[in-house]
Design a protein around this ligand. Structure first.
Ligand SMILES: *Cc1c(COP(=O)(O)O)cnc(C)c1O
Length: 369
């Protein structure tokens, strides 16, 4: 039997032959960063592809979270989810903001709107939800709560590249949304990210913030950082954008195969498509019911590993379990029963555009037993 390692993800790479002319052009222009030609081209192309009015490119997906908080002058407490990648909460901490964890909905794994209001205090200034696995949050309910209490909403949309709701970009929800273009994401620029906003004035402020706060040659208007994306990665991003739709469709086909095969397996739950949503199939999480499946999540995870099939316990542990955050009142397990249960039952199966049929078979056979 072929026992080659099946990784949990594999990056979408542009063809090297296609990339070389871009590199030659960059070498000729001798303009490597600071809003260069390809940087501008990529911002334009992404606005069009994502159907958003304004986008600012960043060197990764963490800095736009940090800069969004700066741009909106968020302070005090921010309501967020423990069921995410740790960068979501880190961005609050780096801004001197206290994260307040609220539990998630068991079906969507997203922040549960029913539990937000109870966590609001006079110090609350914003909500930072995550579109986990690219599944849209209940953006309408969240906005209603935000409006009622005068809060800002910043979406960590790192998983939600290209996701649309009734033909509109999910990135239009809230005050701002951030993307990650890390190598492991649906669309990548090796490392990279972006901040999406809805008006030109805000875009300008974000562009100052990502360039040390420079407004012009001699004027600094904010304690900015260096978050600029360079020309090489911008060009790479332009090339990858041309093939991302094909990659998403290939992921969709993998999801269809997983769902068909796992539909009748006792104790295995997975997520179905939602009506009116254009999904990006960024992850394929399955949730194990120990009693019905007869094996714990970790037993399955390590069994897969023994057979060279790498899943990922994503998200586990919860952010609220890490030493930096577990002292917070809102980090207590009793406050987060759903998130705790989901984190203990989840495995993300291998999912990428060129995952072969025999590999999908191997993964399925291991789960069916
Ligand atoms: C990947 C990711 C980030 C961080 O993005 P980087 O590009 O790795 O800095 C933030 N939030 C979530 C939910 C992510 O998955």
């Amino acid at each position: 039997m072929d026992n080659k390692t099946i990784t949990v993800t594999s990056p979408l790479l542009p063809s090297l032959d296609d990339f070389i002319p871009y590199l030659q052009d960059i070498w000729e222009r001798k303009w490597l960063t600071n809003n260069g030609h390809y940087h501008q081209e990529l911002e334009k192309a992404l606005c069009e592809y994502l159907k958003v009015p304004y986008i600012s490119l960043f060197t990764n997906g963490t800095l736009p979270l940090m800069c969004a908080l700066q741009a909106l002058r968020i302070t005090g407490e921010v309501i967020t989810t423990p069921y995410s990648f740790v960068a979501t909460t880190h961005s609050l901490w780096w801004n001197g903001i206290k994260p307040v964890f609220v539990d998630i909905n068991p079906e969507t794994c997203n922040l549960d709107p029913d539990k937000i209001e109870a966590a609001i205090t006079p110090r609350t200034t914003a909500i930072m939800p995550v579109h986990v696995y690219g599944k849209p949050c209940d953006t309408q309910r969240i906005q209603e709560i935000a409006d009622k209490y005068g809060l800002k909403v910043i979406y960590d949309a790192a998983h939600a590249f290209g996701v649309e709701m009734n033909g509109k970009s999910i990135l239009e929800a809230g005050d701002m949304s951030t993307l990650s273009f890390h190598a492991t994401k649906v669309y990548n620029t090796i490392e990279g990210g972006a901040l999406i906003c809805q008006d030109e004035k805000t875009k300008k402020r974000i562009d100052y913030l990502k360039n040390f706060g420079y407004a012009d040659e001699t004027e600094i208007v904010a304690p900015g950082v260096n978050g600029k994306m360079d020309e090489v990665r911008s060009a790479y991003g332009l090339l990858n954008l041309k093939q991302v739709d094909i990659a998403i469709e290939a992921r969709h086909q993998v999801a269809i195969k997983y769902r068909e095969a796992l539909r009748n397996v006792e104790g295995i739950r997975f997520m179905n498509d939602m009506p009116g949503i254009r999904h990006n199939y960024s992850y394929f999480p399955v949730f194990i019911d120990v009693e019905k499946y007869g094996m714990t999540r970790d037993e399955l995870y390590f069994k897969m590993k023994d057979y060279n099939v790498l899943g990922r316990r994503y998200f586990y542990p919860l952010i609220s379990e890490f030493s930096t955050y577990r002292g917070l009142e809102s980090a207590k397990k009793e406050n987060l029963p759903v998130a705790t249960k989901v984190a203990d039952s989840v495995i993300c199966l291998p999912m990428y555009h060129n995952l072969g049929e025999d590999s999908v078979e191997r993964v399925i056979n291991l789960i069916i037993k």
